[in-house]
Write a protein that binds this ligand. Structure first.
Ligand SMILES: C[S@@+](CC[C@H](N)C(=O)[O-])C[C@H]1O[C@@H](n2cnc3c(N)ncnc32)[C@H](O)[C@@H]1O
Length: 247
């Protein structure tokens, strides 16, 4: 059991509501920020219990920000925890919130979980996450629930929207102008898909390079499927590092 789950199990304070398998995910991606002045923004304040949990986990130097549509959540604000009231689907609200927070190292989207809310929040705030920060959107299983605007492979769900991210981190290898290296490609180190959670780890990225070390002792095998055309041959030569890769 990690410290977050221990806190949760022992909690007799303000109510926290979490799926149990999230604790491992949080700890895996957030532990490197513990004890630092990490700036955390959580959508979905509810009873304020998760904000208390984050303070306990990240320590006294962290800066916490919460956002919720429920005006009563404002009463949960404390000296060390600022709370913004608004609708996370309202891009004006998101921009004004971003303007009032010095930086965002971690964003946790545990708000209303509709497709429009998740997408608007991502589109307005992902660019505001620190270069080595983390964006975590949880309860993305609503992408499969009709009442939240979801449905299996339905256009416009957050899951369908975010599948595009897989292409975008591979844009370095693209052979079509439809897929170009962009800010997302340059700033995202990795995507981590879990049941109901997507975590995006940012890191300034350089074009990938491959190298070889050691000495070859046998002739390389060229599979028949790679022998077919001049273009495939050139791909093979690239893959083997004989030709310089095009970018
Ligand atoms: C799942 S609860 C948050 C749980 C809390 N983070 C916890 O771990 O205990 C979802 C919260 O999102 C808020 N919410 C719903 N729709 C919203 C919206 N459009 N914008 C911002 N917050 C919203 C609700 O008021 C509710 O407090």
């Amino acid at each position: 059991m990690n410290d977050l789950q221990k806190y949760f199990e022992a909690n007799t304070g303000r109510l926290v509501h979490k799926w149990m398998h999230y604790f491992e995910v949080y700890d895996r991606h957030f532990s490197r920020f513990r004890g630092t002045d990490v700036h955390v923004l959580e959508f979905g304040v509810s009873q304020g219990g998760s904000l208390d949990m984050w303070r306990d986990y990240f320590g006294p130097h962290c800066k916490l920000f919460g956002a919720d549509i429920n005006p009563l959540c404002k009463s949960l604000e404390r000296d060390d925890t600022r709370i913004f009231i608004g609708d996370q689907e309202d891009r004006g609200f998101l921009r004004s919130l971003a303007a009032q927070i010095p930086r965002i190292d971690i964003l946790i989207d545990d708000g209303g979980h509709t497709m429009g809310q998740q997408i608007a929040t991502f589109e307005e705030l992902f660019g505001r996450i620190s270069p080595n920060g983390v964006y975590l959107c949880e309860d993305i299983h609503t992408a499969y629930w009709k009442r939240w605007g979801g449905g299996y492979r339905r256009r416009g769900t957050f899951v369908e929207y975010a599948k595009d991210f897989i292409d975008r981190i591979h844009a370095w290898h693209s052979e079509t102008p439809d897929l170009k290296v962009d800010e997302f490609t340059r700033s995202v180190h990795s995507l981590h898909w879990y049941d109901s959670v997507l975590v995006i780890e940012k890191r300034p990225m350089q074009p990938p390079e491959h190298r070889k070390t050691g000495t070859a002792s046998i002739a390389d095998y060229v599979p028949p499927s790679w022998r077919a055309s001049g273009r495939l041959k050139s791909k093979l030569r690239q893959a083997m590092g004989l030709d310089k890769q095009r970018r």
